[in-house]
Write a protein of this length. Structure first.
Lengths: 137, 320
């Protein structure tokens, strides 16, 4: 798990890049490594951006410039550029990671599949269901 | 330079035209993108009130945690209420991306300037209310939120996707409970039926006024925030839930409810006087809900002071 303060995220959208707007969260820095994250689709999603890689640069703007060139395979709709040092990373130990998912395995009552109910699609009060039954004979 | 345009700006018309083309193309508007100030204002209102609804919604259910009939039901209810606290956080965060602060949003709630969903101004009178809220209220919320997951503002649409994933658990646990009571002892059946009788109409009203009476619908539809009308979402809700409630051996408190030729369930007239009275602050629990929130805020003052003092302490330690 990676955690970073909102203030340390330099973000641009395609629109703000095109207009040369200064990034939200852009802070000057000496040469250092930046982690890069990119949004590539307008489709419904649980996440805003996905991790694509790292780059060395002397400012978030310069890192963005390199990123746009390096990752030109698909048009980015938004970028996040974050100094690696600003990211707190959790212990990669597999037992630690496993422990986070333990409650999910025990607390099955938090899953909708735990509750066995029949839906309206199969109800005799739903004429569409009745018609489908007839069709299947 | 402000990214929130007003008609007074010289480039407003051109910007607005581009913005509306983006909406038309199904593009997401992200924080930092140009948007009309009115779009921002409407979203701040909607998203913050949605967040307030999650947090205030914890109150009617929280009242029954200590009185759950079994340990299993208690754990399920605690998990549900906990989820709602989290949903409030996702939504306050989404609203913050539009430049409003938590303090401002909380102030609006506690002074009664901001609203929250009308449904939470009703009391939970029996344990069966808890199951009924899960089935009907979360059921209506899922229909509405699924619609909003397609909305044009990125952070709000993404928050909807996350919330819907958890909401299905809330819906099913309630439905399972009420169906079980409906098939149970005469006392359980009566309790379940009484709960349905009291929550059915408020759940229908929760989806908002008829489209013609909905003041914000026009601009929200134009700018891709509302992707379906109130009446459409309400129809989807009834078409799913009416057959299931009848299948459970329970009845609906609507003598005019009937199906049309296409199989749509047509409801009788909604008592909108009740809805507007509740919206304006005269529902059964409006006063109590606000008092509970104010009390929680006052009693939490010492926690906020402690956090602030600790932050200052950490800062000066770093500075040295």
């Amino acid at each position: 798990m990676w955690v970073v303060r909102a203030d340390d995220i330099a973000s641009w959208t395609r629109e703000t890049i095109a207009e040369g707007v200064k990034a939200l969260g852009s802070q000057p820095s000496a040469v250092c490594r930046f982690a890069l994250f990119r949004k590539t689709t307008h489709k419904r999603s649980m996440t805003f951006v996905d991790y694509v890689g790292e780059i060395e640069a002397d400012s978030p703007e310069s890192a963005l410039g390199q990123a746009v060139e390096k990752f030109a395979d698909t048009e980015a709709l938004a970028w996040w550029v974050i100094r690696l040092e600003a990211i707190y990373k959790s212990d990669p130990d597999s037992q630690t990671i496993e422990s986070w998912f333990a409650p999910a395995k025990e607390k099955t009552y938090k899953q909708q599949s735990y509750y066995a109910t029949v839906g309206s699609h199969a109800s005799k009060y739903n004429p569409r269901a009745a018609r489908e039954d007839e069709d299947e004979g | 330079m402000s990214r929130f345009g007003t008609p007074a700006d010289p480039d407003y018309s051109a910007r607005l035209a581009e913005f509306e083309v983006r909406i038309e193309r199904g593009e997401k508007i992200e924080p930092g993108d140009w948007m009309p100030e009115e779009y921002r204002r409407q979203l701040v209102r909607m998203i913050s009130q949605h967040a307030h609804s999650e947090v205030v919604g914890m109150l009617p259910e929280g009242a029954w945690i200590s009185r759950a009939p079994s340990l299993k039901r208690k754990m399920i209810l605690i998990a549900k209420v906990q989820d709602e606290a989290g949903h409030g956080q996702y939504l306050y965060h989404a609203a913050e991306t539009l430049g409003v602060s938590r303090e401002e949003m909380l102030e609006a709630l506690l002074t009664g300037k901001a609203k929250y969903s009308s449904i939470f101004n009703y009391p939970t009178l029996t344990w069966a209310d808890i199951g009924t809220i899960g089935w009907l209220v979360d059921g209506a919320a899922i229909k509405n939120q699924t619609m909003l997951a397609a909305c044009s503002y990125g952070p709000y649409s993404r928050a909807m996707v996350r919330i819907c994933a958890e909401e299905t658990f809330h819906h099913k646990q309630g439905k399972e409970m009420v169906i079980l009571y409906g098939k149970g002892t005469p006392k359980q059946r009566a309790m379940a039926q009484d709960a349905i009788n009291r929550w059915w109409w408020p759940a229908l009203m929760m989806l908002g006024p008829h489209d013609a009476d909905s003041p914000n619908t026009g601009v929200l539809t134009r700018w891709g925030v509302k992707t379906k009308s109130n009446d459409t979402v309400r129809q989807e809700f009834i078409n799913e839930h009416a057959p299931e409630i009848l299948e459970a051996g329970l009845t609906l408190p609507d003598p005019e409810l009937h199906q049309d030729e296409q199989g749509n369930w047509i409801h009788g007239p909604i008592n909108w006087d009740e809805f507007w009275a509740v919206v304006k602050g005269n529902g059964p629990m409006n006063k109590e809900r606000l008092e509970a929130r104010r009390k929680a805020h006052e009693e939490g003052e010492w926690v906020r002071e402690a956090l602030a003092a600790y932050a200052v302490k950490k800062q000066s330690a770093v500075a040295v």
